[in-house]
Design a protein around this ligand. Structure first.
Ligand code: ARG
Ligand code: ZN
Length: 854
């Protein structure tokens, strides 16, 4: 059943305090709760509960029987409640068999188990009956009791008491109290046997905070990077937003079975091991950098999400969009801001643009859903962040800070909406309220334009227009406010002659630049000032000019991407020959390599096959796209064939260092190695082996392994075996081992089958499933075959009941089946229709309806 934003109603009862008592036993847990509730408006008490065995429910000391309440569809409704109520509820749950990884669940197996929670968005209702909605804020006290085999007992807030259980010498307990009002989705607890890395931080307000990162003893040596990132993030939020931490303790717990990246539970973050553990020997630079970003993301939620939370789940982007914008800004301060922007835009284009163009398109703030878990999407997160960025850029740093200060001042301790957010941000400029349409309207706007130069008047006129596709089920799209950062470059000197932020907020607009001495080359959408597609009537030569002269590193990358798209999307009316692109690269790369290795590495980016596919609305032929893509890659490799050896040798391996420069060198070296192998440069196979054998860190070792596998070097299998043996004990590295094989250029369904049959494959560990199935889906030529798709949909079938959140996410990858050329399209349609008969979770069914409704 669908839930609609327009039907929002305040809860009839508020919860003031909750006492939770969770006793864990061998094969179940007993959960007793005491809720003090106060009436807000007329109406019954509505509690949510799923997969619970209700033992008793007592209201104001009177046991309730079935005539006092009704239980239906995960809702428990209590009739005729007085205005002040104390509810005592007893339930039994079974965390040991909870494979959905929502609520309280067991991770691990055999002797190596731990118990953790994931409550966002609606997991708390799998722990006990509760008004499990984000606009009900309460003070939580949590008592945990378990066997002493699990010495680590953690919950939100401050530890107030711990000890042995009377009459049960093998058991112990701990009581935690969280002084802040919070919604149930921010509840967390952990029952485990973990080691801890400890540190401290003194806030700008003078509060001493104990910092703890908990992990299995074998992993505790991989927690320093995360700890440092936490301290950096705490400082950063004080400096940039005036936000200091508000409790005496901040805990992070690493768990190997987790559906998402991490979770910002108040004072007790729970992290996927992949998103918190990092060491040079076992973690690639890219992964390690994202560990820091995710630590910062969860920390920033303490203010944007926890102190100020969402009124309802339609407002998810309120906390996620803003927090992603904040973590992107944090990351931009840790490396070159151009490269950070390139990474963020590349992700946005590859995933969000595709989502917005297909059957799963939805507004940044959806207006209806069946299962909110299906809306933790790149549209909500990344497009949501882009809207905040446009607002920040429109206001400028000072007024943006005034706006965010006002937001924190006005709404601290409340559950609010996107409108509230915009109203605070618009205190210095009420045009900011116009950005609301960005939240309401799905689809990526296409901005097209052209220029005319009048040499007599010395004016340049730029005409821009915007168009957004009309998505079925929504109102006809309106023009949006689109900031277009623009610079004019003098053709002779290459210097900037004018810079301006144009605001396109009508369907078509004309902008006139005066006193322009000669016709300039115009650079638009600098730093990607808006999440739109740009079609400007550039000549290839203009783009080559910009690659050379743009001072904005992001835009240098952007013109390479425009050139590549023009070459590769011939079937969509593109018409460029690769010559200009190849020549421009050949000129730029050697210079840039010495200057900014990371940016140089990015200039060689060619969009992935899936990203290219997302620009093809019909008759998409995966084999053809792959051929063209590989063909261009080969041309680049051949064009610079004589240079790879010099480039590679100029990037010598050094002892490991975690600086932006060292990361840039490692990234470029891996790209160059792959190019050299592609061009058949003499000796390149030896470079790969040397790089593997003498690697100082995982980036070097894995880069070499990946190149050997993708180029099917004779020694590839030998090195795969070596890699496995070296890192057998480390799950996260073994994930890499699986993924490099599953995403290999020559992968076949049989390879995937054998990986699934491997003893280390585990259906209950989402990281492992993604390392094979997720990696495999990056090869469209194999995925979109009868055998490939059968295997993929079988996986969804298998996970539908056990872990519907994961199953539904995997399904979303198939959204663009409808654009395939026949006979693949028909084949995909049959398999998806068949899948519908074999699944039952509302998660998968909702996604499948959208995907098939295309
Ligand atoms: N709020 C978390 C984050 O963005 C994500 C949790 C999502 N969990 C889920 N089951 N959908 O940091
Ligand atoms: Zn988040």
């Amino acid at each position: 059943s669908k839930i609609n934003l327009k039907d929002y109603q305040k809860p009839s009862f508020d919860v003031e305090t909750v006492h939770l008592d969770i006793k864990l036993f061998e094969d179940y847990a007993q959960v007793n709760s005491t809720l003090k509730m106060v009436r807000q408006t007329i109406g019954d008490i509505v509690l949510f509960g799923e997969s619970l065995e209700l033992l008793s429910i007592i209201m104001n000391d009177k046991a309730l029987t079935s005539e006092h309440y009704q239980q239906e569809d995960g809702k428990l409704t209590i009739y005729e409640a007085p205005d002040e109520v104390t509810l005592d509820i007893q339930v039994r749950i079974c965390p040991q068999t909870n494979t959905a990884l929502e609520g309280l669940y067991m991770a691990g197996s055999g002797d190596d188990t731990m118990f953790v929670t994931q409550c966002e968005p609606e997991g708390f209702r799998k722990i006990t009956f509760y008004p499990d909605r984000p606009d009900v804020l309460a003070i939580f006290t949590t008592r945990l009791e378990a066997d002493k085999r699990y010495p680590t007992l953690l919950a939100n807030g401050n530890l107030v008491e711990a000890g042995e259980v009377a009459d049960a010498p093998e058991r112990h307990y701990a009581i935690w109290q969280d002084p802040t009002n919070k919604p149930s989705y921010l509840f967390a607890c952990v029952i485990a046997d973990l080691d801890v890395l400890t540190d401290s931080y003194t806030t700008s307000e003078g509060r001493d905070v104990l910092l703890e990162v908990y992990a299995k003893s074998a992993d505790i040596d991989k927690c320093d990077v995360g700890m440092q990132a936490l301290k950096d993030a705490m400082k950063w939020d004080e400096v940039n937003y005036g936000r200091a931490y508000d409790l005496d303790r901040y805990m992070i717990v690493a768990v190997s079975q987790f559906n998402m990246g991490a979770m910002e539970n108040k004072g007790l973050n729970i992290f996927n091991t992949a998103c918190v553990l990092s060491s040079p020997e076992t973690t690639t630079d890219a992964r390690s950098f994202s560990v820091k970003a995710i630590i910062a993301h969860e920390y920033f939620h303490n203010w944007t999400g926890n102190r100020i939370t969402c009124r309802d789940w339609f407002q998810l982007c309120l906390k996620e969009g803003f927090t992603v914008y904040r973590d992107q800004s944090f990351s931009a301060d840790q490396q070159s801001s151009a490269v950070q922007r390139i990474d963020d835009v590349a992700t946005l284009r590859a995933h969000q643009f595709a989502e917005d163009a297909g059957p799963l398109a939805h507004p940044v703030r959806p207006e209806s859903f069946v299962e909110i878990n299906n809306f933790y999407t790149t549209t909500v997160y990344e497009k949501g962040a882009e809207i905040v960025r446009m607002i920040a850029n429109t206001l400028g740093p000072d007024d943006f800070r005034k706006g965010t200060d006002e937001y924190f001042r006005r709404y601290d301790g409340q559950a609010v909406t996107v409108e509230d957010f915009l109203s605070a941000l618009s205190i210095t400029d009420d045009k900011i309220e116009d950005f609301i349409d960005w939240y309401r309207q799905p689809g990526t706007p296409v901005v097209s334009g052209s220029q005319t130069y009048d040499s007599a008047a010395q004016t340049l006129t730029i005409t821009l227009n915007q168009q957004t596709r009309h998505v079925k089920g929504f109102d006809a799209p309106k023009p949006l406010p689109i900031p277009v950062a623009t610079a004019l470059f003098d053709k002779d000197s290459g210097a900037i002659v004018a810079e301006h932020m144009l605001l396109l907020d009508e369907a078509t607009q004309t902008f006139v630049f005066e006193n322009v001495a000669s016709e300039p080359v115009v650079s638009l959408l600098r730093d990607f000032s808006a999440p739109v597609q740009l079609n400007y009537d550039y000549q290839d030569a203009d783009l080559a000019f910009l690659l050379k002269h743009e001072t904005n590193g992001f835009n240098r990358w952007q013109v390479t991407q425009m050139l590549v798209n023009r070459i590769l999307l011939q079937s969509q009316g593109a018409k460029s020959s690769p010559d200009v692109y190849l020549e421009a690269l050949a000129q730029t790369l050697p210079v840039l390599a010495a200057d900014d290795a990371m940016l140089a590495a990015r200039l060689l980016d060619i969009p992935s096959a899936q990203e290219l596919a997302s620009a093809i609305p019909q008759d998409y032929d995966p084999v053809l796209v792959k051929e063209q893509r590989d063909g261009l890659y080969q041309q680049v490799a051949d064009k610079l064939k004589d240079q790879w050896a010099t480039l590679y040798n100029d990037l010598p391996m050094q002892s490991y260092e975690d600086s932006a420069q060292a990361r840039g060198i490692r990234a470029l070296r891996n790209v160059v190695l792959d190019m050299a192998l592609t061009a058949n440069v003499e000796g390149a196979a030896d470079w790969a082996q040397q790089q593997y054998d003498h690697a100082s860190c995982m980036t070097e070792r894995f880069g070499a392994l990946k190149a050997m596998v993708n180029h099917q070097l004779p020694k590839a299998n030998h090195y795969l075996t070596d890699f496995y043996k070296r890192f057998q004990a480390n799950d996260l590295v073994i994930d890499l081992w699986f993924s490099v094989q599953a995403a290999a250029d020559d992968v076949t369904p049989d390879v995937i089958k054998s990986l699934i049959a491997h003893t280390d494959f585990d259906w209950n560990t989402p990281n492992r499933v993604r390392s094979v199935i997720g990696a495999f889906s990056s090869q469209p030529t194999v995925l979109w075959t009868a055998e490939g798709l059968k295997m993929y949909t079988d996986v969804i079938k298998k996970l539908d009941d056990a872990n519907p959140v994961l199953a539904s996410r995997l399904l979303q990858v198939l959204a663009r089946w409808n654009t395939l050329a026949e006979p693949r399209r028909q084949m995909a349609h049959e398999q998806l229709t068949d899948l519908r008969k074999n699944v039952s979770s509302k998660h998968v069914l909702e996604s499948l309806e959208s995907v098939l409704g295309a």
